[in-house]
Design a protein around this ligand. Structure first.
Ligand SMILES: [Zn+2]
Length: 309
């Protein structure tokens, strides 16, 4: 049995429980506050209250998707994990360029230094915390990755080879997934420990089959975003889960306070377990398959794999 690295320490893979696979527990920082005020998630009382509600609904683990310097607040994650008993995994890595100030080292760091930074945050401690990171988050643009994003993906793949740490990526509207996978695999990543986020923003089943056939896992988080339109996330899961039962995971990606019930928003973070799970079963998804999607698949994806050294 492998392990998942949380901010409070390593948890055996088979003890992970119900896991939300792409979350925003805390987001804070000057750049975010000034440029993305909607993404400011820093009321620790409200966050604690919502996570207690999630714990009561059976959610045990959340993967926080804010990497190094992008609004990550790892010591707050420690505090909230202690208060709520929620397992929280923090991320090393780099987000899209827009989440960093103009003079950030994002533009100048080279491949080797970036690998060293990621490895250090996974094996020693994150630069702003005593805790260690348990996932590498990297992000790609729409259609085609930039040169610097390609560097970030190469470094993520190499850091996984050195540490076994799983990788979580951001795709812009679900696009450029095959390019992301190609760079990661070329750099030595194990596709079973690579999770691509937001793929359900694209409805094309053939595209999903092509990406899934590489062995990576896909994270869907738009279930609550379709409004009056047909629920594309539901349709994709019904079509793909029987064929690729081990490769789909779910999350909320609720980066805006307007999605949190404790901030007065909707639908609240319990939506996935309280509402969408029953919707999936009523639409014909077998219960054991739903269990795999919520429990076993994230446990497999976010467990550390064998490292090279
Ligand atoms: Zn996100």
């Amino acid at each position: 049995v492998s392990f998942v690295r949380t901010v409070l320490g390593d948890v055996a893979q088979d003890q992970l429980g119900l896991c939300y696979a792409h979350e925003h527990v805390v987001i804070r920082g000057k750049w975010i506050e000034e440029n993305f005020p909607d993404f400011q998630l820093d009321d620790l009382e409200a966050i604690t209250a919502e996570l207690m509600e999630l714990r009561l609904a059976g959610v045990c683990t959340m993967i926080d998707a804010m990497p190094t310097d992008s609004g990550r607040s790892a010591d707050d994650l420690i505090l909230i994990s202690q208060r709520t008993t929620m397992n929280i995994v923090a991320a090393t890595g780099l987000h899209l360029r827009i989440y960093y100030p103009g003079d950030h080292w994002f533009d100048t760091i080279d491949d080797n230094a970036l690998v060293d930074l990621f490895v250090g945050e996974i094996t020693v401690s994150m630069k702003d915390s005593r805790a260690r990171a348990g996932v590498i988050k990297v992000a790609g643009s729409l259609d085609r990755l930039t040169e610097l994003e390609r560097r970030n993906f190469r470094a993520a793949g190499r850091a996984q080879r050195q540490t076994g740490c799983p990788i979580l990526t951001h795709t812009e509207q679900g696009a450029a997934a095959l390019e992301q996978v190609q760079i990661l695999i070329e750099a030595g990543a194990d596709p079973a420990h690579v999770v691509l986020s937001h793929l359900d923003r694209i409805g094309d089943i053939a595209y999903h089959r092509e990406v899934l056939s590489t062995g990576v896992r896909l994270e869907f988080d738009s279930a609550f975003r379709w409004g009056s339109k047909p629920n594309q996330t539901l349709q994709l899961i019904l079509a793909l889960a029987p064929e690729f039962p081990d490769q789909i995971v779910l999350g909320m990606d609720a980066a805006r306070t307007s999605y949190w019930r404790s901030y007065g928003g909707k639908p609240g973070l319990r939506y996935l377990v309280d509402e969408f799970g029953p919707i999936l079963v009523a639409a014909g998804l077998e219960e054991p398959l739903l269990h795999k999607i919520l429990f076993e698949n994230p446990a497999g994806a976010f467990a550390f794999c064998a490292a090279e050294i």
